[in-house]
Design a protein around this ligand. Structure first.
Ligand SMILES: Nc1ncnc2c1ncn2[C@@H]1O[C@H](COP(=O)(O)OP(=O)(O)O)[C@@H](O)[C@H]1O
Ligand SMILES: [Mg+2]
Length: 227
């Protein structure tokens, strides 16, 4: 079984910002969606979420900043309950404990509002919320770019450990090839609203074929980065 969304496209203000695009994901697959800023990654991410949901797949989306996912006036407990309700799930303390342990946020005070938690903890909370319903596909748009590199790497490590052996496919959207290359086995490169390259990470790194991919690979120092 695979997850497929065909004919994804987007036009804004009369301009085509996403040309018709097909995406197929295998269960458990780790895919990076990379490309320069403005190449259309977020647009494809949203279209992919809508397209897969339309096809009946359970999809979770993690935005770049926890501010987009969390209401500053609501407690963390409220957010968690809302997420359960949205999925039609009864409260389940053991599910929450399990996810909080996986993301290492068990010490967080659920009565507090988002700003009572550090940003790193907020983003791990948002990731835990995304995993409540055991989605078939998890789309993360620059999930750690608002975090410092060490916290970002730690967050990705926790997520990777949690997903290991599970069937949830991950689409990691990032402008950071160094981050993606360490975390995914397949890379899709976007340029001007199109996927111009789609290859296993190892092949991509050894022999980038397109201009956009070569430009991404040109900065070789990323191998030394912690994430
Ligand atoms: N609502 C919109 N109206 C007009 N142009 C948009 C809109 N959203 C995105 N764009 C444009 O579409 C292109 C792709 O944007 P985006 O998907 O956010 O790129 P990325 O995530 O790769 O940085 C950019 O040129 C952006 O300016
Ligand atoms: Mg974006």
């Amino acid at each position: 079984m695979t997850f497929t969304a065909n004919g994804l496209s987007a036009v804004r203000s009369g301009r085509t910002i996403l040309h018709p695009t097909d995406v197929t994901l295998k269960p458990g697959e780790r895919v990076g969606l990379v490309g320069a800023s403005g190449s259309g990654k977020s647009t494809l991410g949203h279209a992919l979420v809508d397209g897969l949901r339309g096809a009946g797949t359970a999809v979770a989306h993690v935005p770049q900043s926890p501010d987009e996912a969390l209401d500053p006036l609501r407690s963390m407990a409220y957010h968690w309950r809302e997420a359960e309700i949205a999925l039609g799930l009864a409260p389940d303390a053991s599910r929450r404990t399990h996810l909080f342990e996986a993301l290492q946020i068990g010490h967080g005070d659920m009565r507090k509002r988002p700003w009572g938690w550090s940003r790193g903890m907020q983003q791990r909370f948002v990731i835990a919320m995304a995993l409540i319903g055991t989605p078939g596909v998890l789309v993360m748009d620059e999930p750690t770019s608002a975090l410092d590199p060490v916290v970002a790497a730690g967050t990705m490590d926790l997520l990777e450990d949690y997903l290991a052996g599970r069937q949830t496919a991950l689409v990691l959207i990032t402008h950071d090839l160094g981050l993606a290359a360490r975390r995914v086995s397949r890379l899709m490169v976007m340029d001007a609203g199109r996927i111009v390259e789609d290859a296993p990470t190892t092949r991509f790194l050894a022999a980038p074929a397109t201009r956009a991919a070569k430009a991404l690979c040109a900065h070789r120092n990323w191998l030394q980065l912690p994430c």
